[in-house]
Design a protein around this ligand. Sequence first.
Ligand code: FAD
Length: 552
Amino acid sequence: MSDMPFSMYGPDFPFAYDQWLQHPAGLGELPASAMGAEVAIIGAGIAGLVCGYELMRLGLKPVFYEAGRLGGRLRSVHFDGNEQIVAELGGMRFPRSSRSFYHYVERMGLKTAPFPNPLTEAAGSTVIELEGERFYAQKLADLPIIFQEVAEAYDSALEEGAQFTDLQDAIRRRDAAAIKAIWNPLVKQWDERTFYDFISTSSAFRALSFRHREVFGQVGFGTGGWDSDFPNTMLEILRVNVTGCDTDQHLIVGGAEQLPRRLWQHAPSDLNHWPVGTSLQSLNQGAPRPGAARIFRDGQTDQIAVTDTRGHTERFAAVVCTCQSWLLTTAIDTEESLFSHPLWMALDRTRYMQSAKTFVMVDRPFWKERDPVTGEKRMSMTLTDRLTRGTYLFDHGDDQPGVICLSYSWMSDALKVLPLDAQKRTQLALSALSRIYPDVDIASHIRSNPITISWEDDPNFLGAFKGALPGHYRYNHRMYGHFMQQHLPAQQRGIFLAGDDISWTPAWAEGAVQTALNAVWGVMTQFKGCCATDNPGPGDLYPAWGPVSLAP
Ligand code: FAD
């Protein structure tokens, strides 16, 4: 296995989703009696579309319900008047370790390119501005020594607190036993402790000043500011680091939303039961049904009924819910007995983080011009403690318009702009950036109306993504394992959960894909199908390698 690419293989459940997908035997087989059976999919984001796509290939008929826009949190919005250039309002940088996500990127023929993260070659240059002090760098070594001390301290803290190198090597080798031997004790040790606790109690950071912790919070590692995650459980951060989510990230050329859209339209040549040319779009007569308003068990047929927002009810042997779990108690009147009380506890305690982004299109990538005096680029990828937090520059070629993500922020910084409109947000961002770049007139280059989003403000999401708090491991465990329903009471069977908030890696599309594939296994099993013996699925290997249980 050691020649396999590095992937998000565990650590909670080391299962090779990428290999399951690529195996010539396929994901499994269904009995003839199940062919063409309808399965409801609530939510046409990437989890719903991956799940539906694979169920269609197995021979089932996915019936989609979508309350908003197909694509969900992979949302790429065109600037008015330019169909080629988009603002990535949701997921925008995808770590190469997201192997099952990339399986679909490649299958749908999408191109990727390195994402212009801080201190990467793709960014070209980075400016870090903290407490009014500004530093220009192309790589870490160009920055003052304190930044290197911070980076080294974090590496040492990971070694000391999490046997980081050994754990990552075990993931690289796909050695499930070695992963579990290191990870399971860490679960007990870190579930109830925060990221900040991890930093502040590590020997490496204790030997340094408060300023070092502050710089770490503002600049972080890999992708920028991490202080918004300080209250989260350390387990979640460890998963990000150890599975390489924060490194080697690519964007999808033309926008991430193309992936769900292509899955919707794609007519696979390798599918069961359906004639060649069948797609999710054709099976759904062109469009998803409107949002789900009610889910309940129909006493007469014992099937699960879904009523949409227009009042139309249909019945299904299986339903897969992929919307954020809070919506099961807000947007959807979900019959309580469909889930156990402990599972309801987990769904309701899920905690979502806030996030805001504001984009503008500019005439050209003017930032690449050099200042004649300093030789520095006019403007760079920028990390700051000001309101904007992260500013990203997207270059589409010298003779093409460029895109600036003026501000990408989370939690308190996102809440500061929540009630403000796009113009006001742009004005505040430009004002903050003018203090960092006093000689650059960014506004004179803007050619579009700004595009902005606050995910917490949208009733179809209520937040950007899950950020698990200390003590949430047990909740995650309940939600993630729910796709195996053989031992559930009959009234709780047939409704499945998927989406990155059900996964161990919230905020990463790979988590949405992995849980969608769990749901595929669950639905297939419910219809008395099974995996090939030489290509076992997640539910087959879960008893051996599933997540460690913590005492109730
Ligand atoms: P969603 O995309 O939320 O899909 C659920 C769908 O359900 C939505 O379309 C919603 O409209 C629909 N719905 C809601 N209510 C109902 C209802 N009543 N009936 C029917 N449908 C309903 N991931 C990365 O890998 N890299 C990144 O850089 C990254 N950055 C991100 C930045 C932001 C700001 C955000 C918000 C997310 C980011 N993510 C990133 C995460 C990634 O976008 C998600 O993991 C992924 O898109 C989630 O897909 P999903 O299908 O699980 O959920």
